[in-house]
Design a protein around this ligand. Structure first.
Ligand SMILES: Nc1ncnc2c1ncn2[C@@H]1O[C@H](COP(=O)(O)OP(=O)(O)OP(=O)(O)O)[C@@H](O)[C@H]1O
Ligand SMILES: [Mg+2]
Length: 356
């Protein structure tokens, strides 16, 4: 039986929650909500900041009338180490050995200082292989996640102080892949691109399976900072200019565009490298489209800019697509800002967690 819980996305700019119900294999939206994050809170080691964050989490849970105390949250990609590895499709116990052995080679931290978790990406292939009598086992992809113990402990403290019961942690891009691509296993190979306030996270997803992930330390705040520094506005004004004119060449004589484009060029070159990396390892499989999410994906002119620069189809992902939305929320979930903001929280709420 599936247990009750909700998804909490602790972003550097805002908190988001989504609570879903499940019936006959479908998701139904119970409630969702948004609340600003106290500034700097998620990266801070200080007790005062952590308590402030807990208080804000309590507030969003109350405001959104979330029913469950049980929750799933995600670590930001930038604070964990993730890697897709390949191991033989063997039984769970042997798999654990094979994975730990590989983890020691790949993870740049001592295993005693991290919490190691993994997720089999090729689930079907593993099941087939375990049933088959063939001694030659195929290789399966496994997503390895290493979270520093200090990070796990900090998150546990923050959510427990908010009166919540964590039932699982995962990483943001895993949640995003679930809400934006898992309903369409036959979809073309996709580059997921999540542009938030402080980071841009990437993943290539092929046939519903994450192929690899990457995180870049540049997001919407860096764009506003460039506007503020180059044009002499304070950060609030810079945010307004960014949201109003973005990458549009024909606005304000292209001044805003000229200032933020160099910041975007950094993101683009990482995206191009990621695509090239995937293609060099998968010569018969090419990235066909980009699916965007995160608050910054609303930047004016961004979709056209990315499509022209990358030469790929670009679209904005909608996490509510596979969710039955009651009429009272329909007006809200159809708004672009509520589509780009909730991919992580919705994906967390869509996770499968079995009652023990
Ligand atoms: N209309 C808009 N145009 C451009 N940028 C926007 C727009 N609306 C919001 N943003 C930007 O989106 C960012 C917030 O996005 P989001 O809510 O995804 O961030 P977050 O999840 O809190 O951050 P992160 O995941 O990086 O920790 C901010 O930088 C904000 O300026
Ligand atoms: Mg985010």
């Amino acid at each position: 039986m599936q247990e009750d819980f909700f998804g909490l996305d602790i972003g550097s700019n805002s908190l988001k929650v989504v609570e879903l119900a499940r019936k006959d294999g479908r998701f139904y939206l119970k409630t969702f909500g948004y609340h600003p994050t106290p500034s700097g809170a998620i990266f801070s080691e200080s007790d005062v900041d952590q308590r402030e964050l807990s208080k804000n989490i309590k507030e969003i849970v109350a405001e959104s009338r979330i029913e469950s105390k049980r929750m799933v949250t995600a670590f930001p990609e930038s604070l964990v180490f993730t890697r897709v590895i390949e191991v033989p499709a063997v039984s769970e116990e042997e798999l654990a050995h094979a994975i730990e052995w590989q983890a020691e080679q790949y993870i740049p931290m001592p295993l005693s200082e991290i919490r190691l978790s993994w997720m089999v990406l090729d689930k079907e292939l593993l099941e087939q292989s375990l049933k088959s009598k063939d001694p030659k086992k195929p290789k399966i992809k496994v997503l390895l996640v290493a979270a520093p113990n200090s990070l796990v402990e900090r998150y546990l403290r923050i959510v427990k102080d908010a009166g919540l019961i964590p039932v699982a942690f995962e990483t943001e891009i895993v949640a995003i892949a679930r809400s934006l691509t898992s309903a369409e296993a036959t979809a073309p190979t996709t580059l997921l691109m999540s542009i938030g306030a402080s980071t841009t996270d990437l993943a290539v997803v092929s046939q519903g399976i994450i192929q690899f992930t990457r995180s870049i330390g540049t997001g919407g705040t860096a764009l506003a900072r460039a506007i503020s520094q180059e044009l002499g506005f304070d950060m609030n004004q810079a945010e307004e200019y960014k949201k109003a004119y973005g990458l549009l060449e024909d606005q304000l004589e292209g001044k805003i565009m000229q200032v933020i484009k160099p910041v975007f060029d950094v993101i683009i070159s990482e995206v191009e490298r990621a695509i090239m990396y995937f293609q060099s390892h998968n010569p018969n499989n090419t990235v066909k489209r980009v699916v965007l999410t995160g608050g910054t994906s609303q930047l004016p002119g961004l979709v056209v800019f990315l499509a022209t620069t990358l030469g790929l189809e670009v679209q904005i992902g909608n996490p509510w697509e596979s969710v039955v939305v009651p009429e009272q929320y329909a007006g809200k979930t159809s708004q672009l800002e509520n589509q780009v903001a909730f991919a992580v929280a919705a994906g967390l709420a869509m996770r499968t967690i079995e009652k023990k």
